[in-house]
Design a protein around this ligand. Structure first.
Ligand code: ADP
Ligand code: MG
Length: 695
């Protein structure tokens, strides 16, 4: 019978109650779903240990030996049984504190001990080990790799611990061996040297040996990555057939800006990406492009020039920013560069008043406004355009894909989309997160920038830090001091910030110091930021509200307090706030003395490099992809169960190539020979609706 049609309730050792738990805890509904619940590690049951072989990293070990003596301690509920076990050379202690009355031990009998070693002082001991007399040990028990499964507390309480899950899966294996329908075609499997799904499912759970297990894992990982790529690439090809507003003209507005207003020559990278974008805009097809560039690489200018191209062709542009502050800053930058005449820019945020809105809505509808900058207030239905042709989305990862899709419906068909990301992400992640977008990269900073010097200090060295502040302010420079703030810890964090501010005020009574944080009223925040931006205050003490967007070229020092609490990409973003003028800039990372290995690596990476892509790679390595900013709500179409974007980069490249081959002559998967792929994609999409398809 089809394992994908068999309700989990009717599998051996399951029943109604356990089926409920499996559904709720693991989203397992069918026998096949459970077979897709893969082990997270294996114990090598063919390996016998000596007690002296046990190492800290060993999770489960087995030893043969005898019990030399035992005694019970305490009585009733708190009763504990302690036994001494010897392999003939050394001794370990075995401990039981549940079901003590059922344990029968004998002297002079050889046992197979199987369990998880833990260290107590300098000696190893085993809590609740499996102890089997040798004459009862079957050959299967000490053969091959034994799978261990992820479980939850609720599962364990119903006997669905790793062993319980193993038993249920084991009873399904004979049926699996009869053959399960494959999700990858034979020819593709041959080309990419992949196991059949049948073999892979048998060997992921009960592998013959390590190489076979690895082949099974590879096949299943490949399958996951392949279907993600297939989905993304199909989506991309579909969109490439979308009609796009044609923008062939390079006209008056673009040219007069380029020749009379541009404050500095474009970098070669800026020129290149403007060309790439313009090629899309004039193609007659809808553009879906990601513009990647490190902080400070000059993306805003590129955005503006693209908006001018759109305006030259009679289309409006909207530029959407993730925060009010950033929207305001874009607006100011744009109006500052454009001056009168070239294009009409407007700002729409949550704090735009009713009255202002009325005028704005009217001017949007009649086409007076060429460029609308704003926050997600832009998405509201009452915001209607005369002829929206281009949407530029800054710092995209902060918007849900669902939210974004609301922009699509603001004209007859979808406008061109340019997503700008300042968070450099590694190639593998980009291929997945933005796999349905064409990518343009600004890989060059404007000339004259000096790389920021980064130093890592422990907080004990406060005196040196203060000395440094004094010296820099003496040179006429300005300084950021940033404190971490997380919601769960908000009160204490704000207290830290306040204390830090007070200390600075006491230490430097001669300086003017601003403070901003998210709890302040928007207007107060604005005033404080403006004072710092205009050089009225020398020091700005802040939480991460300044993370994105703030541009004060005279600020040359970024001091990050409790730097251990920030992720790498956040640290890199913060550092990007300095080094924007011609003067040498510095970033001071202050941490406590004792650091975990991971934190030390983060600090060392920051000190060693200014390269955003290298930092992103390390970040991915240290944290894993699931944890990266915003990937939870990102565009990954299907959840990953076995593949890992941080470590399976090569496999991902192969999977993408395979997906490209499949779609090559049949982009929409309509042919008979691609039915297998279309069908499985449909299965996956039913399980997980894909928002990015809404376009
Ligand atoms: P980001 O890519 O981080 O958004 P911005 O667009 O804010 O970077 O640009 C950072 C700074 O670099 C701004 O002050 C901007 O005026 C300046 N800038 C942009 N392009 C150039 C260029 N070609 N030459 C010199 N300075 C530039
Ligand atoms: Mg920017």
């Amino acid at each position: 019978m089809d394992l994908s049609a068999r309700d989990i309730t009717y599998c051996k050792n399951v029943g109604a109650r356990r089926a409920d738990i499996l559904r709720n805890e693991l989203k397992v509904h069918t026998a096949l779903d459970l077979l897709r619940h893969y082990p997270y590690r294996y114990t090598d049951r063919s390996r016998m240990y000596w007690i002296s072989d046990i190492a800290d990293e060993d999770t489960m070990v087995q030893i043969t030996g005898e019990i030399t003596e035992w005694h019970t301690i305490g009585s009733g509920k708190g009763q504990r049984l302690s036994a001494q076990f010897t392999d003939g050379r050394h001794q370990v202690e075995l401990v039981w504190f549940r079901g003590v009355q059922y344990i029968k031990l004998e002297k002079g009998v050889r046992y197979l001990l199987f369990g998880k070693p833990s260290r107590f002082n300098h000696d190893w001991n085993f809590v609740h080990p499996e102890l089997t007399p040798m004459h009862k040990v079957t050959p299967e028990m000490t053969q091959g790799l034994e799978p261990e499964y992820p479980t939850t507390e609720k599962m364990k309480n119903s006997g669905l611990n790793s062993k319980g899950v193993r038993q249920i899966i084991a009873s399904l294996i004979p049926e699996v061996k009869e053959g399960v329908p494959d999700t990858l075609g034979v020819d593709l499997r041959e080309r990419y040297h992949l196991m059949s799904l049948t073999d892979a499912l048998v060997n992921i759970h009960f592998p013959q040996d390590t190489p076979t297990m690895q082949k099974a894992r590879e096949r299943l990982k490949f399958e996951e990555l392949f279907y993600i790529q297939l989905q993304l690439l199909r989506q991309m090809k579909k969109r490439e057939n979308n009609e796009g507003y044609p923008m062939p003209i390079v006209g008056q507005r673009f040219n007069s800006f380029y020749h009379t207003r541009l404050p500095f020559p474009l970098t070669n990278a800026q020129k290149r990406v403007i060309h790439e974008i313009h090629d899309d805009l004039k193609s007659g097809r809808q553009m879906n492009r990601l513009l990647q560039g490190d902080v400070g690489s000059g993306k805003t200018l590129v955005a503006l020039m693209c908006a001018l191209l759109a305006a030259d062709n009679g289309y409006q542009t909207c530029i959407m920013a993730p925060t009010e502050l950033l929207a305001q800053q874009h607006y100011q930058t744009l109006t500052g560069m454009l001056k009168e005449g070239i294009a009409h820019v407007a700002l729409l945020t949550g704090s735009t008043t009713r009255k202002q809105r009325e005028v704005l809505h009217e001017n949007l509808r009649n086409g007076t406004i060429d460029i609308l900058v704003g926050t997600h207030a832009l998405l509201e239905d009452e915001v209607q355009f005369y002829n929206l042709g281009l949407c530029i989305i800054d710092e995209q990862h902060r918007f849900g894909v669902k939210q974004r899709s609301r922009l699509w419906s603001k004209n007859l068909h979808a406008p061109h989309i340019l997503v700008m990301s300042a968070t450099p992400i590694p190639r593998t992640l980009a291929m997945t997160l933005y796999g349905d977008l064409r990518v343009s990269i600004i890989d060059e900073l404007p000339p004259g920038r000096k790389p920021v010097h980064t130093l890592h200090y422990s907080i004990q060295r406060k005196a040196s830090v203060n000395e440094f502040i004094r010296q820099q302010v003496g040179l006429g420079r300005q300084i950021y001091v940033v404190y971490p703030l997380i919601q769960e810890n908000e009160k204490l964090d704000l207290q830290d910030l306040q204390n830090g501010y007070n200390e600075l005020v006491d230490t430097f009574p001669q300086y003017r110091i601003s403070m901003v944080h998210g709890q302040m009223r928007a207007a107060d925040k604005e005033i404080q930021m403006q004072r710092f931006a205009q050089g009225e205050t020398q020091i700005l003490v802040a939480t991460t509200v300044i993370e994105v967007g703030v541009n004060v070229p005279n600020a040359t020092v970024m001091i990050i307090q409790n730097a251990e609490r920030f992720g790498l990409s956040q640290l890199h973003q913060l550092r990007g706030r300095v080094g924007r003028g011609g003067d040498q800039s510095y970033c001071l990372l202050l941490t406590r003395n004792e650091l975990t290995k991971e934190t030390r690596k983060r600090m060392d990476t920051m000190v060693a490099t200014n390269d955003g892509f290298r930092i992103a790679e390390t970040d991915l390595e240290l944290r894993g992809p699931g944890d990266l900013d915003g990937t939870q709500q990102s565009g990954i179409p299907f959840e990953l169960h076995i593949a890992n974007l941080a470590t399976d980069g090569q496999l991902l490249e192969r999977a993408r190539k395979a997906a490209e081959e499949v779609l090559e002559d049949d982009p929409l998967l309509e042919s008979e020979w691609n039915r297998i792929y279309k069908r499985h994609l449909d299965v996956l999409r039913v399980a997980q609706p894909i928002w990015s398809e809404i376009s």
